[in-house]
Design a protein around this ligand. Structure first.
Ligand code: ADP
Ligand code: MG
Length: 372
């Protein structure tokens, strides 16, 4: 069990690609932290830096209070006492399940009888007790991933690092392994860093989530904090599927470029402030500046057609666990709305009513996208 402390960590690849940009992140002892971000955001780069496969070009990394990179220190991967699991369960095909799981202990020169005992215990923990002598080729994808997990924890690592470890598995197996993984780290008090591009997985599993984009941490918070108080439009759109509206802030009032959106709105859902302006202090004086309003799908109500606002047309409605995930064309803006209580039909005309919005004092951008 250990903390992982990253101070001003940077990494620039040989070809000039920025992998990590001034990362400040403290993973607490026993914490399950998810690293969430779109493809290419630097998740793997950060995990490999923690593991010691990459040398950071700037900053400092400490594991369990010991500096392992930076300040003139360098501790190689095999001396960091970490367990790792990758997406593609890199297990040896020629070794049995027990051979694979016991391999790290063999490297440490631990006596055979002791290895057998510890392998049996950890296979029991991951539900593979009956598969000790099987070859990996005779296992399912989920079982192979359990082998990889068992091998990662058998040497009692200080922390467990997982890179898209569940992403190759199909639901519902994936959901089950997710729960098992969480139960296991809790039981063992293991510190875990879990890399994923899957929002639901990060939010459902982690104590805290660090959201990464272009090598930079955008926000670190509990799943609830990220959903309720995103710090910028990237987090709002990536984590909550918020629709972004460019506009202008004048004297604290947001004027959307869009003809239908009017802020501030009257009263928010659940008694929360209906329009919250983030980064107001950046608004010195009354100078107008460009800004972005983010509207989450849960903050929109659809009403039957009435007078003044431009109408929106339903372009798609997918039934999900929490209602219909609906897309509307609202005067040229694709608005995402969670509809509960009735069945939206394609082509239907409705009037969106915005209950809540976050306004960010930042330059609107058309390229700043969410992952597909
Ligand atoms: P993620 O795991 O979030 O998808 P990565 O950490 O793999 O992202 O990549 C982050 C950035 O670094 C991307 O722009 C990627 O193109 C670049 N990158 C990753 N690996 C290398 C490499 N070996 N050489 C050069 N650039 C790389
Ligand atoms: Mg990756």
């Amino acid at each position: 069990m250990a903390t992982i402390e990253m101070t001003n960590l940077g990494h620039v690849y040989g070809n000039g690609h920025v992998g990590l940009d001034a990362i400040e992140l403290d993973v607490r002892d026993g914490e399950f932290l998810a690293l969430l971000g779109p493809s290419g955001s630097g998740k793997t780069t950060l995990l490999r830096t923690i593991a010691g496969f990459l040398r950071p070009s700037a900053g400092k990394l400490a594991i369990g209070g010991r500096t392992v990179a930076g300040d003139g220190m360098w501790v190689p991967p095999e001396k960091r006492e970490l367990g790792m699991v990758f997406q593609d369960h890199a297990i040896w095909p020629h070794l049995s399940v027990a051979g694979n799981v016991g391999y790290p202990l063999k490297l440490e020169g631990i006596p055979r009888a002791e290895i057998a005992k510890r392998v049996a215990a950890v296979l029991e923990q991951v539900g593979l007790a009956e598969y000790t002598n099987r070859k990996p080729s005779a296992l399912s994808g989920g079982q192979r991933q359990r082998v990889a997990l068992a091998r990662a924890i058998v040497a009692k690592p200080q922390a467990l690092l997982l890179d898209e470890a569940l992403s190759a598995l199909d639901e519902p197996l994936r959901a089950r392994l997710r729960l098992e993984l969480r139960a296991l780290t809790r039981e063992e008090g293991l510190t875990a860093v879990h890399v994923t591009h899957d929002r639901a997985e990060a939010l459902g599993l982690a104590d805290r989530v660090a959201v990464l984009n272009r090598g930079k941490i955008q926000q670190i918070g509990t799943p609830r904090e990220l959903l309720e108080n995103p710090v910028n439009s990237f987090v709002a759109s990536f984590v909550s599927d918020a629709t972004l509206f460019p506009g202008t802030l004048v004297d604290g009032h947001f004027h959307a470029d869009h003809p239908g959106l009017r802020l501030p709105v009257g009263s928010g859902a659940h008694g929360s402030p209906a329009t919250r302006v983030i980064g107001e202090r950046a608004l010195a004086g009354s100078r107008s500046r460009r800004a972005v309003a983010a509207v989450a799908p849960t903050a929109v109500r659809l009403e039957p057609v009435q007078a003044d606002t431009p109408l929106a047309r339903v372009t798609s409605a997918l039934y999900g666990r929490h209602g219909y995930e609906t897309s509307l064309d609202w005067a040229g803006t694709q608005l995402r709305v969670l509809v509960d209580g009735w069945v939206p039909t394609e082509g239907e005309l409705v009037r969106p009513v915005i209950d809540q919005a976050h306004v960010f004092c930042e330059e609107p951008s058309t390229s700043e996208g969410r992952a597909a």
